[in-house]
Design a protein around this ligand. Sequence first.
Ligand code: SF4
Ligand code: SF4
Length: 283
Amino acid sequence: MITTKGEIGELFEAVSDRLDGVIPVYMIGGGALIAKGIKDHTKDVDLVVTDDDTYNTLTKAILETGFEAKIPETIYGRLNLSNIFIKDSQRIDLFSGRVCGKLMLSDSMIRRAEPLGRFGKIDLYICSLEDILLFKCITDRLGDYNDCVKICISGIRWDEFLEEAVSQSRGEKEIWITYVSERLTDIASEGFHIPILDSIQRMEEEYLERWSGSLLRRQASKASGKKARIIRSSCKGCHECVELCPSEAIFFEDGGACIDPDRCTGCGSCVTICRFDAIILRT
Ligand code: SF4
Ligand code: SF4
């Protein structure tokens, strides 16, 4: 259990002793709420780093301070990089770029984050309350709902929250908008005024309409017996298709995406998500 900013500092100083160079780390969960004076204790410290190299460096340092990883390496190596580290009553949830495979730590979130200080070789930033709320709306651990309520009570720039939600909405990955809508609707049902609730609910409706259309397309595509193929020269290695594929048919080799034809069901989701037109469906 972490209860003070000082304890957050001690945790990072200990991890930092195992690092060779300075790295930026962004805090989004309970630890961030302690630092902002909204919460008085937390079991989880949620951290996001911007890239996989930093993720791997920090993971190694966390393990060397005696934390144990909850997810075996072989599993997270194929999925969006994230892991949970446990030591006594402390828990660190670490994400690389994207939280729970959904929302990104975007450039605008990075610009809004406040520096908390340098702890050894860790430059620690706290995300804005608006961005912490957005991340907390998509997680459903014990206490997340109450944290969302506390953040709302403390005062939110709702226009910024909405702007970020709109800018991150794209393609078929918008399922998180349904979690955000559900969470805010629940909070509003307790009498809390959320001025952008109508806009969020509209985004959810649009997502659900598109989803039902793409479900029909997917069924037609599966029935055609086609499989996805990667055009390696067009692949930019963004990993988005890997995270999306419901059949875990996409993996990385030599910096590019590859498809296991035995696992691919030809649903076509990866073709839709790839911004670089690097995936096609073929018989
Ligand atoms: S195939 Fe497209 S979505 Fe997949 S990693 Fe390459 S560029 Fe990204
Ligand atoms: S077509 Fe569907 S199953 Fe096949 S690789 Fe793409 S997302 Fe995965």
